[in-house]
Structure formats: C-alpha cells, structure tokens
Design a protein around this ligand. Structure first.
Ligand code: SF4
Length: 536
C-alpha cells in the first residue's frame, strides 16, 4: 500500500484522480486553492486530468456541468464565498440528470483567516437539496472522492464536499486505493432532463424531492454518521472537526458520552431520535453554524436540554478547539501556558515590501488629500490590505466586483470624486459587468485597475487572460479612449500619475486607469520555477 503525506486539499485532489476524475474547474480562493494546484501538478506529469482555473466560480461550475453532461467525472473547487458567485448554476444543477459524477469541493473558513465572512456551505447543500460529505481528516478527504462520485452517479445529483481551513491546510499521511478508470464520454441520455424550462423543471423538481428520500435512507445507513452508545444520559453530536476536538478530551471524561458523529447530510433523523431517547441532554459541537442544532429542534421532544451554539453554551464565532469546548463537556479548563509575561507584538497583514499596489495607493492617497469629498471603493485581493495602516486608502470592501458597482451607486447618489480600485484578476472575475453598467449610464466614476499580472493573494496563479487586454476590453465596452490610461505603478511616476488621476476625477463620465507593475512575489516565483526547470 502506497502512502503519501498530503495537505487535506491535496488528499482530496489525489482521491479525485484515483476515483476517475476527468476534468476539474475552479477559481482560486484560500483555503481551497491547493486542490487545483495539486491537480495541475498531476496534469503536468501525466497529461491528465484536465485542471483549469476559470474567470470565476460560476463559470467554473458551468464548465463542470458541461463535462458532466458528456458523462465525465468532474470536480469543481472554490472557497465558501465563491459559492455565492456560483449559486445560480449550483442550485439549478440539483434538478439536472447528472450522469458523469459531479462533485463540488468547497472550503469554508471558520475564524475568517483569509475571508470576509464565516458562512457555512452546508446550508447551501441543504438549500439545493443535495447530499454533502464532511471529512474530518486527510484520509477521509482522500476516500470521500470515491464515494462522492459513486453517489452522484447513483442518485444523479451533484454532491458537495465541505472542507474547512484546518483540514485543507494541515498535512498527514494517507494510504491510497486502487485507481478507477475514467468514464467514457457519453452524452446525457435524456437531454430534456437538462432543460430547465418551467414545464420540464416542475417534473425535475418532483424527481429531486423523491431523490431526497433516498438521500435520507443513505444517511441513516452511512458509516459517515456513526452512533456509539455508552453509559451516560448525555449525548454529544459532532460534525466536522468538532469530532476531533471532542475526542481529544476523551481521556478526561468522568463517564463516556453517547456520541453521534455526522459526516453526511441530510442528517440522519432516525439516529438522532434514537440518541435522544437515551439522553436528558444533547450537546452540539459543530464547526461553523449551528445547522444540526437548528434542524433537530423541530424533531425532538421539548424536555431534552440542548446545549450548543444556539443556546449560548458554545461560541458562535470563530473555530472550535479542544479547549473551547471543555466547559460544555463539564470539564475543568486545562492549564494553559501563560503568555502574559512577554508582550507579543501584533502582526497585522501587510502588502509585501516592494508591492506595486503600495505605489498606486500613495498617488491615490495624495490626490484624495486635496479633495473636499471623495470615496475609494476597494475590491477583494492583496490591494484590500491598503485599507490597513500605514496606507488606509480604501473605504469599502464587500465582495468580488463590488468596487465598481458600489462606486457607480455612490456617484449616482450624488457623491463626487468616486474611485473604484480593483485587481486585474478580480476585474475578469466580476468587474466586467460592473463596467458595462457604468458605461451604459456614463456614470462619473474613475476605475483604477491594478494590473500586477497575476492572482497575487492566492499565491500567484495566472490571470485568466493576459492583462494587457484590459485596455482593449475597456475600449470595446465603450470607455472613451481619451479616458483610458495605462500608467507605470512606480514611485518615480508618482507626480505624473497624480496628475492623470486628478484630471480624470474632473471628467463627468467613466475613466479607466490601468496601473501596471508585476507582483514582486510572482516575479520571484517565476524566476525560481525557471531556475528549477533549467536545473532539471
Ligand atoms: S503578493 Fe504581490 S500583489 Fe500581493 S502584496 Fe505581495 S507583492 Fe503585492
């Protein structure tokens, strides 16, 4: 048996390859990025599977649907907030007749290590009425791909796998299985099942509700939902990494708790009721939102004491850990190492030394200083760090693409000197449509596209199109060529760049300033790779 030491993301990727994966599509986003990067490294060595970054999560999901339509096993990868972008395609896809297994691997970020919220993707699986697996270690992240593809093809629905940062980004040894060959390319047998016209979709909705009954049956017998009885009148329901933290405390339990671990959704209602019949108290340890705790409130008798996030016994914010759950498990706190003697300096995230965004923000900042009213709307990317000291330029950061559209809204509300700051990759992700809106109304906005030639924040993936095309695209959409400028984001051009920005802020219409200089980290990465290639 071969073993590998892999990150959770990598284990899932290798599991997908061994389970007959043909195509994978995704958009980079921490903590999910390493899934696609691993698949691309396999592709580089073996020529397959197809592993492609896409413009955004929605296009990724739709491209995966196309491959699945042709009967191929397909994986889509994204982070939790990316699923908001893909939601239209994702929710509708539950009604299709999936034949080539379609699996969505979505990585949540409880604790917001690198995200703008803590949303829990299990709600999306529930909302779309599709099954969801939740691995708790790297071996499960590998193994689950086999079962997820099989189940997708058995029930003809997409299947979600929910990961979280601690699993995605921690490494452990896994043992691999025998590989399964890829599916042959065969078009979906009944194309009507792929047309969501109302008259057809009504039937497919009915079929999906029938499949939900099968999902529930599957859930009751699945080993992913494991129930153990002990001599206690308290039961603990864990999900995700909550199970690991619970078991880490097991040596300290006075009596062993009854324990139901839920790793497959929809949750097993019969197993939950069986557990509840033996218990006076139920404790919920869920990584993320209190999804199970909320669901069981409707099916359990009122005399059971429920202790979880909804009742306030477990914190609703951030990640769980072995220490934070001791109180609800009736355990004394562990003696922790006292760090109070030494001051640990705070290390807020910052732009890298020599980052091109620093120079762009400096000329924006100096222009803003001379204005009586202005707004700088930022987007999501490394440049969002410019909101922190010492720069403190952006005033809003909401979601991918929102810089341009929010700028338009503010300008149309009467605000003067409104600027949007967006990266080249984010522009391709979801800035384009915002620019279309601005041009259609000739909104008074100045859009600064920070072209560093890469997706910097997630480790330097290639931008989906060469960023030199941004000028042509802006012109093509209808920005007047006199109001499109390509500037060099370098300190030596500070005064000239200020002059251009000031002039464009006076213009009552759409301006685009493309501020160009390569990401310093990407430059280093490329140099390292080319040196390695020369040596090998
Ligand atoms: S990774 Fe690149 S773009 Fe991001 S902060 Fe560092 S230098 Fe700037």
């Amino acid at each position: 048996m071969e073993t590998y030491a892999l990150l959770g993301d990598e284990a899932l990727a290798l599991g997908a390859v061994h389970a007959g994966l043909s195509s994978a599509y995704g958009y980079p986003g921490t903590p999910s990025t390493e899934i696609m990067e691993y698949l691309q490294s396999v592709n580089k060595k073996e020529g397959k599977p197809l592993a492609k970054w896409c413009s955004n999560e929605k296009t990724a999901y739709e491209e995966a649907l196309g491959a699945s339509f042709y009967g191929k096993r397909t994986l889509v990868t994204m982070k939790h907030v990316g699923l908001n972008v893909a939601a239209d395609a994702f929710v509708n896809s539950a009604l299709l007749d999936i034949r080539g297994g379609l699996v969505l691997a979505v990585a949540d970020d409880p604790g917001m290590h690198s995200s703008q919220n803590e949303q829990d993707s299990r709600y999306y699986a529930d909302f779309a009425h599709i099954p969801c697996f939740e691995p708790v270690n790297q071996q499960q992240a590998y193994d689950v791909m086999f079962e997820a593809f099989e189940l997708s093809e058995k029930l003809n629905v997409p299947v979600m796998i929910r990961l979280v940062t601690r699993l995605s980004h921690s490494r452990a040894s896994i043992t691999v299985k025998k590989s399964i060959p890829e599916n042959k390319g065969v078009k979906a047998p009944d194309v009507k099942q792929w047309m969501l016209l109302p008259a057809l979709a009504r039937k497919q909705w009915h079929q999906l509700l029938d499949k939900e009954k099968e999902m529930k049956t599957y859930s009751e017998s699945s080993e992913w939902n494991h129930l153990i009885f002990n001599e206690s009148d308290t039961g603990v329901i864990t999900s995700g990494l909550g199970r690991n933290y619970f078991l880490e405390n097991a040596d300290d339990f006075k009596t062993k708790y009854n324990h139901l671990h839920i790793g497959f959704y929809p949750p097993p209602a019969e197993k939950i009721i069986k557990l509840a019949e033996k218990c006076k108290t139920l404790i919920f340890l869920e990584e993320g939102e209190p999804l199970i705790e909320r669901m069981v409130r409707g099916i359990l008798p009122g005399n059971i004491i429920l202790k979880g996030k909804l009742s306030g016994h477990v914190s609703r914010e951030g990640e769980l850990n072995p220490d934070s759950i001791r109180k609800v498990l009736d355990l004394a706190p562990k003696k922790l190492i006292d760090f109070s003697a030494g001051e640990i300096p705070g290390r807020p995230p910052q732009l890298c030394k020599g980052c091109p965004h620093d120079d762009t923000y400096r000329f924006i900042k100096d222009v803003v200083a001379g204005l009586s009213e202005s707004a700088v709307m930022s987007d999501i990317g490394c440049y969002a760090l410019g909101a922190l000291p010492p720069l403190q330029v952006p005033e809003t950061i909401v979601c991918m693409g929102a810089s341009i559209t929010m700028a338009k809204g503010a300008a149309e509300a009467g605000m003067k000197n409104v600027m949007a700051v967006i990266g080249d990759s984010t522009f391709f992700h979801s800035g384009l449509t915002g620019l279309v809106d601005c041009v259609s109304e000739n909104a008074s906005v100045t859009i600064l596209i920070l072209d560093n030639s890469t997706v910097g924040m997630t480790g330097g993936q290639n931008t989906i199109l060469p960023s030199q095309r941004i000028k042509l695209i802006s012109e093509g959409i209808g920005v007047h060529p006199h109001h499109i400028h390509v500037v060099d984001a370098h300190r030596k051009n500070h005064d000239n760049n200020m002059k251009i920005l000031k002039k464009e802020l006076e213009y009552e219409g759409v301006s685009v300033i493309i501020s160009v200089r390569e990401c310093i980290e990407y430059f280093r990465k490329k140099n390292k790779e080319s040196k390695e290639e020369t040596c090998s």
